[in-house]
Design a protein. Structure first.
Length: 449
């Protein structure tokens, strides 16, 4: 009879025991690691919020993003230091994310957008590799429920951020290659704006898209006008191919940039300005600042200036509230670099930031546009969308038509506000109005004749 020898009992290793045994705090230990993890992560979030609001942090996307990273880096540093000092479960691996986030944040605050563009490509893969390494180290060294309930969710969020950031960077590069830039880039004072002029003849037509719009939104109109005269479209700061601006983009700044852009691009005047929606505010402001260079104007369902709407003695958005709004705007736009902007149809982070800033500056822009009180006898066409316009809007459009003694006010029936440039019938009506102003300037005959 054969006797089978008993199999040897496996000798548990310390690491195996640590993974198999449920965690129970040692009454004699120096501290509860769970409280250190929770407190450190919470402190990082609080520090990030305080730094974002700090006056020494510039209210730019790079500055605000850097502040958030510095705050989060402080939280990881606290986890590394406090776990060593006050618990029996030291977590020295937390030093790595502390250094990575802290140094990245300091570089962004110190050097701004130049570093931001580099980190856009470097950060996502580096962060993903770091998260994987942190997960391995935490699994080995952190024996506490806080690993599952606190640390793992944080690492999951960081992993999603790295994937989203990489996706956004790649998509922007692919989009740029698939849509090569027409026209040219022109320096307007430390940054460049995109300008595209087609056709030939005088006067030169300059098209202004509406809020959040780009030059491509006006392609149908530009193509039609170019058959008769020189027409230029451009992208405001942060839109399309244009580089972002670190200063508030109100109507005065936009008009100044446009003036510098046209002269830098050797675009001959005089100009016929055609602005849709918010673009009308910028056309009015340009005409007020540079009256000798504007020969005519078309306001396409334009936002009314303050004098034609509801003037006010005070301007909200000044001082501390304006600074806070700019910081929130920068923080929101930084989220677009994680791919979130594409969920709401915004292609780039700078586009989202530019659009938010445009609405933030809306009150200032309406007041600045009101500085044009008299357009003389220069030809002016006011176009109003026939669909979706209430009595108050129509009255504001009537008031715009009184700026010139040579003006006409046309209502385009069946077309809504965006359709004035996007719909075939609306774009045709806008094109006809522009060419009517061009013809009036060339022949010297009034529009109303």
């Amino acid at each position: 009879m054969t006797v089978t020898p008993p199999s040897p009992t496996p000798i548990p290793t310390p690491e195996h025991e640590a993974q198999e045994r449920p965690y129970r705090p040692d009454p004699g230990s120096r501290g509860h690691i769970g409280w250190v993890v929770a407190g450190s992560l919470a402190a990082g979030l609080v520090a990030a919020a305080l730094l974002v609001a700090a006056p020494f942090i510039p209210p730019t996307e790079a500055g605000v993003t850097g502040a958030v990273l510095c705050g989060l880096g402080l939280g990881w540093a606290m986890l590394a230091v406090l776990s060593v000092r006050f618990t029996d479960q030291p977590q020295p691996w937390a030093t790595a994310p502390a250094l990575f986030m802290g140094l990245s944040g300091l570089l962004l605050v110190a050097f701004g957008s130049s570093v931001h563009e580099i980190l856009t490509w470097v950060w996502p893969p580096t962060l993903l590799a770091l998260v994987i390494w942190m997960l391995v180290r935490a699994r080995r060294q952190l024996r506490s429920p806080s690993r599952r309930w606190l640390l793992y969710p944080v690492l999951a969020v960081l992993a999603l951020e790295s994937v989203g950031g990489g996706y956004q960077a790649v998509r922007e590069a692919v989009d740029a290659r698939a849509n090569p830039m027409p026209g040219q880039m022109i320096d307007v004072g430390g940054r460049r704006l995109h300008l595209n002029c087609t056709g030939s003849g005088s006067p030169t037509v300059v098209l202004e898209p509406g809020a959040g719009g780009t030059s491509s939104d006006l392609a149908r109109i530009a193509e039609a006008v170019a058959r008769d005269t020189l027409v230029c479209v451009y992208d405001r700061a942060g839109r399309g191919w244009s580089e972002p601006a670190d200063t508030p983009q109100d109507a005065t700044q936009i008009a100044t940039d446009l003036h510098t852009l046209l002269h830098g691009g050797n675009v001959p005047g005089p100009y016929v300005l055609a602005g849709h929606s918010f673009g009308g505010l910028y056309a009015l402001t340009f005409a007020a600042r540079y009256p000798d260079e504007v020969a005519g104007m078309v306001l396409v369902d334009s936002t009314a200036p303050a004098s034609a709407a509801h003037p006010s003695a005070t301007r909200p958005g000044d001082g501390a509230s304006d600074d806070l709004t700019r910081r929130v705007s920068a923080l929101v736009s930084s989220l677009a670099r994680l791919g979130l902007g594409r969920l709401v149809g915004v292609p780039t982070a700078s586009h989202l930031r530019s659009t938010i800033d445009e609405y933030v500056q809306a009150h200032s822009s309406t007041e600045e546009a009101a500085s044009l009180r008299d357009f003389g006898d220069r030809p002016l066409v006011v176009l109003t969308a026939g669909s979706g316009s209430d009595a108050a809007w129509s009255a504001q459009q009537d008031a715009l038509a009184t700026l010139s003694t040579d003006s006409v006010h046309r209502v385009v029936e069946g077309i809504n506000h965006p359709g004035m440039v996007a719909d075939e019938k609306g774009a045709a009506a806008t094109t006809r109005a522009i060419l009517d102003v061009v013809s009036s300037i060339r022949t010297g005959r009034p529009l109303a004749s």
